[in-house]
Design a binder for this molecule. Structure first.
Ligand SMILES: C[S@@+](CC[C@H](N)C(=O)[O-])C[C@H]1O[C@@H](n2cnc3c(N)ncnc32)[C@H](O)[C@@H]1O
Length: 204
């Protein structure tokens, strides 16, 4: 799926949002938005390769590993080396896991059409180059592959620095039409909007 990157890649941009590790994996979040819900929605299956772009501290990793089984692979990408080091401490000993410090908008170390599933969980709302992330998700997904994109919907529940990064319905429509995504489902649970998109079989 991915080779070890050699070139220096862009890391956390000055306007991208840094998240504290403790806010990403704690008892409240596990109760309020369990990782299994995301993994179930993404229908991760045995033997698959999953790219978790903006993986943070690896909140979803256990669920992905359980589902991909012994022959699957999970790639964790995040520009915040501090968060990713937490993920690496937890999962780095597992040969199925690879971690790379990079932006979701530039993952040239992942080959075209090489992954089965992509997660962009609560990430577009933290980064400036949202179109870049959606373009990379499209490029690296195999035809028939799925991407799960989630972001908080309500402006008043987000902090001031995050507001400028908000994914509005209009912006989402603009991101969606950049490629020929098939929309499998879109739902709102609590205040999180989740879109499940498929890359159709018959595309270049
Ligand atoms: C709210 S956290 C979500 C983390 C993880 N996906 C989860 O569900 O727990 C947002 C993450 O996006 C990362 N992030 C910020 N800018 C990014 C970028 N340009 N590319 C990828 N991830 C980015 C942050 O470092 C942070 O780990």
């Amino acid at each position: 799926m991915a080779s070890t990157p050699t070139a220096s890649l862009p890391v956390l941009g000055s306007r991208d949002r840094r998240c504290r590790g403790w806010s990403l994996d704690n008892r409240l979040r596990r109760w309020w938005a369990p990782a299994r819900d995301e993994a179930d929605l993404l229908s991760v299956r045995a033997g698959q390769s999953v790219a978790d772009l903006g993986a943070g501290v690896g909140f979803l990793t256990r669920e992905f590993l359980e589902r991909v089984g012994p022959s699957g692979r999970v790639l964790l990408v995040d520009p915040d080396a501090r968060n990713l080091s937490v993920a690496r401490a937890r999962w780095g000993g597992d040969p199925r896991v690879q971690t790379v410090v990079a932006s979701a908008a530039a993952v040239p170390f992942i080959a075209d059409r090489s992954v089965d599933r992509v997660a962009l969980s609560l990430v577009l709302c933290c980064m400036v180059d949202k179109a870049g992330a959606m373009d990379e998700a499209w490029r690296i997904l195999r035809p028939d592959g799925l991407v799960l994109v989630s972001y908080p919907e309500r402006r008043r529940w987000t902090s001031v620095p995050t507001r400028s990064l908000r994914v509005t319905p209009e912006l989402w429509q603009r991101l969606l039409v950049r490629h020929s995504w098939e929309v499998i489902s879109t739902e709102r649970r609590r205040f999180i909007r989740r879109h499940l998109l498929r890359k159709p079989l018959n595309v270049e």
